[in-house]
Ligand binder design. Structure first.
Ligand SMILES: Nc1ncnc2c1ncn2[C@@H]1O[C@H](COP(=O)(O)OP(=O)(O)OP(=O)(O)O)[C@@H](O)[C@H]1O
Ligand SMILES: [Mg+2]
Length: 306
């Protein structure tokens, strides 16, 4: 039964290392295997459109076979979150609009948008696989502590609510002192908490969710990958694998390139030594830009995720 549920794949890594290209290539490869796939990007630069050479937008569109794509503007997600929070009268009073105003330009907002979409699809079985071009890292993974935070929030809100209702409906309280307070706010908060708990469970379930980190064979990128793996492990999330992108091929004639290749090969050995318990895939630097369905098909086949 579990095998029929939607699987989630996140691609993460430093800027410009090839996350979008690898996510797009993997998605095409799944479509080739007749899977129904949705690829989601939260990059306002609309890089999926460039990669597929087809306009992708805020509505799901078909790309190739059973592959669909969606590009979300993180600012829309902030608006959605703000509306959700403003449903709670108690919170509205604190004038959180300034905070949301700052949020839509803060770093990590694209990751939050991915997370938000993830939570929307956890109970849907519409797609076999949903691929996210941005993996939540660092601060955003803190969202996984939401159930614990909400626990204390809920506790506080319930007690405030009880005090208020004791004053306003004191007679009723005297008549029925043991009655549990129950209103829509408390019920909604409980629902948010349940959803967050479920997200946490699915995100750390290796059978449902996998994380692929993309890096280039340079020490700065490798160190960043190690840091990312460490921060993920604090939330019981482990990378399934690493894609080392933009490797230079053998037999290169120019001395500049062969010197770089030597450096890359040395760094590759280092990666294999320090990064254990996850797959390592290698992708070579192409002569041309990595885009368009045909090129993505070839790269997708080399990565061959399952
Ligand atoms: N193996 C490769 N060979 C040739 N070009 C590549 C390769 N991998 C990526 N590129 C090119 O590098 C550029 C950056 O790739 P991409 O947009 O996938 O990176 P990214 O990690 O998603 O970037 P960002 O952090 O900005 O979202 C693109 O122009 C892409 O075509
Ligand atoms: Mg990208």
């Amino acid at each position: 039964m579990n095998n029929m549920k939607t699987k989630f794949i996140f691609f993460g890594g430093k800027g410009g290392v090839g996350k979008t290209s690898m996510a797009a290539a993997a998605s095409i490869n799944f479509a080739e295997k007749n899977k129904k796939v949705l690829i989601v990007s939260t990059d306002p630069a609309h890089s999926l459109s460039d990669s597929f050479e087809k306009k992708v937008g805020s509505e799901v569109i078909n790309i190739y076979k059973k592959l669909y794509a969606l590009e979300i503007d993180p600012k829309d997600t902030v608006k959605k979150l703000e509306n959700k929070v403003n449903e709670f009268e108690q919170l509205k009073r604190y004038g959180l609009s300034d905070v949301f105003g700052m949020m839509d330009s803060s770093p990590g907002i694209d990751e939050i948008a991915s997370f938000e979409k993830f939570s929307e699809f956890i109970n849907s079985e519409e797609y076999d696989i949903i691929i996210f071009d941005t993996a939540p890292t660092g601060h955003t993974l803190k969202l996984l502590s939401l159930p614990d935070v909400l626990d204390s929030w809920i506790g506080k809100l319930i007690s405030i609510k009880m005090k208020l209702s004791m004053i306003s409906t004191s007679i009723k309280r005297i008549l029925r002192p043991n009655e549990e307070p129950c209103d829509e706010t408390i019920e909604s908060l409980k629902k948010i908490k349940e959803n967050a708990l479920q997200c946490k469970k699915i995100m750390s379930d290796k059978n449902r969710t996998s994380f692929w980190l993309v890096c280039i064979p340079e020490m700065m990128s490798i160190y960043e990958t190690q840091r990312m793996m460490k921060s993920m492990s604090q939330y019981d999330i482990y990378a399934k694998g690493i894609i080392i992108n933009q490797l230079l091929p053998k037999n290169i004639e120019c001395s500049f390139c062969s010197t770089r290749r030597k450096m890359q090969q040395k760094n590759l050995k280092f990666i294999k030594k320090v990064i254990k318990d996850c797959d390592i895939k290698k992708i070579f630097l192409l002569k041309k830009e990595l885009k368009g369905i045909e090129t993505l098909k070839k790269i997708g086949k080399s990565i061959n995720l399952n």
